[in-house]
Design a protein around this ligand. Structure first.
Ligand code: MN
Length: 460
């Protein structure tokens, strides 16, 4: 430890000589009920169950320990400085920690609350609240679900009973603890060492004092024990473990531990707070997380389906094809298919162009739908078909005309004897003229039909 650290010597036997001994030892089992200057406190939440007892002991004339048991915060402070000082210091510390402690298991803020309590005790000394030189230890925990934040100064302790095994989780700020750390004495020797009351860090002496703080995991079934040195200096860790394991409720555990300290001599004030972790909330948290992830996945699935549907609709809305509209060529928006019995297309533009006038291969393509980039491209395709049909019919008419002409010419030459006999050279010319007339009529008919189609188309 550093030279600068101020040692505080707790008055182990300060009042032993003068004060009246309230409860004399001498019995195998010291009862704790109905004793003077003894306080208890218990309670239960959904997550925690606790019991506490503070006793003046068998030697001291007054109780300088203070404690708080109010979930999720549990505090033990062991005062020093003599009558009307130690108990004032420990009470100021407990009250300040209760005011300043966070609501959650935040070790940094809990440590800051202990440091604020140090300031409050120092201020109390200066302003006449209590006495100059008064001080105290401060050991506190906040249990939130499966986490326990710990802040700690001095030689009060926190033990954790997990799976039937007791582990001390705080490090005493004491002279004998340093000897133990240095390997000079054992923990059992420290407990009865004459200098066991010298503590190396406390509230009320150094404005720059800092609190140890850390966070531990706790689980359902764990038992947390906070105590002043009135327990740990009188009762071995092994016996604390046995008693902690064998008592069912936290209150009987606290009572039995205080009784054991009294039975061992009760040299000091003894305070024990026992907190059981009834439900660490992990199952609940896992359920909540599971529900959350299930809901998230459902949300993702719904969004995916909606996105796919939106993309499909956009595709359908922006697709065009030319197809067979009940015998005529039409331009359609969408795709030539059905989904759940509903067509994925709609007629955008009809025409008078007959599918049956188009080549068979084109007819087959139209049955399936000929994809086009836009409605205007579809209309262009329809116009191309119309021109194709007109050209085809014109060519057919011209072919027919040529055929008739050659047929007429061959007829005229067919009966030279008769023709020559009846009308001379005029007969072949007349036949040719008739052939020409028939061809002209065929062409006109074809053109009329096409123009009728066009007029019909334009009339739509
Ligand atoms: Mn003490």
């Amino acid at each position: 430890m550093s030279e600068a650290t101020e040692h505080m010597d707790k008055p182990t036997s300060e009042v032993a000589d003068s004060a009246e001994v309230v409860n004399a030892p001498g019995r195998n089992e010291m009862p704790v009920d109905n004793r003077l200057d003894s306080q208890t406190s218990g309670g239960t939440t959904n997550h925690l169950s606790w019991g506490a007892r503070s006793d003046v002991g068998l030697v001291r004339g007054h109780n300088e320990d203070s404690f708080l048991a109010k979930a999720p915060l549990f505090v033990v402070c062991d005062g020093m400085g003599g009558h009307a000082a130690g108990e004032v210091a420990s009470r100021i510390a407990v009250e300040t920690i209760a005011e300043r402690a966070p609501e959650r298991a935040d070790e940094i803020l809990l440590g800051a609350a202990v440091e604020a309590a140090n300031d409050a005790v120092l201020e109390g000394s200066l302003t006449g609240k209590g006495k100059p030189g008064m001080g105290c230890t401060a050991t506190c925990v906040i249990v939130e679900n499966n986490l326990m934040a710990v802040a700690h100064v001095g030689d009060s302790r926190v033990y954790l009973l997990h799976g039937g095994t007791l582990v001390r989780i705080t490090h005493d700020h004491s002279y004998v603890e340093e000897l133990v750390d240095a390997g000079e004495i054992t923990a059992d020797e420290a407990r009865v060492h004459p200098s066991r009351s010298i503590i190396t860090r406390a509230l009320g002496s150094d404005p720059d004092m800092y609190a140890d703080h850390f966070t531990l995991d706790v689980a359902t079934g764990d038992r947390i024990i906070l105590c002043s040195d009135g327990l740990s200096s009188m009762v071995s860790d092994k016996q604390i473990e046995e008693l902690a394991v064998s008592n069912v409720t936290p209150q009987t555990a606290a009572d039995t531990l205080v009784s054991a300290a009294l039975t061992a001599g009760g040299h000091d004030n003894v305070t024990v707070v026992v907190v059981d972790v009834v439900e660490d909330g992990l199952a609940e948290m896992h359920r909540a997380e599971l529900n959350k992830s299930v809901l998230t996945w459902i949300g993702v699935a719904i969004l995916s389906v909606a996105l796919v549907a939106a993309i499909a609709v956009a595709l359908v809305r922006n697709s065009w094809y030319v197809g067979n509209n009940n015998g005529t060529v039409g331009v359609f928006r969408g795709i030539n298919d059905e989904f759940l019995g509903r067509p994925l297309y709609e007629l955008a533009e009809s025409s008078s162009v007959k599918v049956s006038d188009l080549p068979v291969t084109t007819q087959q393509l139209l049955e399936e739908g000929i994809a086009v980039a836009s409605m205007s491209e579809g209309c262009d395709t329809v116009e191309r078909y119309r021109d194709q049909i007109v050209n085809e019919k014109t060519r057919a008419a011209e072919t027919a005309e040529a055929t008739k002409a050659s047929a007429g010419a061959s007829q005229g030459k067919g009966n030279p004897a008769n023709g020559a006999a009846e009308s001379g050279d005029s007969a072949p010319a007349e036949a040719a003229a008739k052939g020409q007339q028939a061809a002209d009529q065929a062409t006109e008919a074809a053109k009329a039909e096409v123009s009728a189609s066009t007029a019909g188309k334009e009339g739509e």
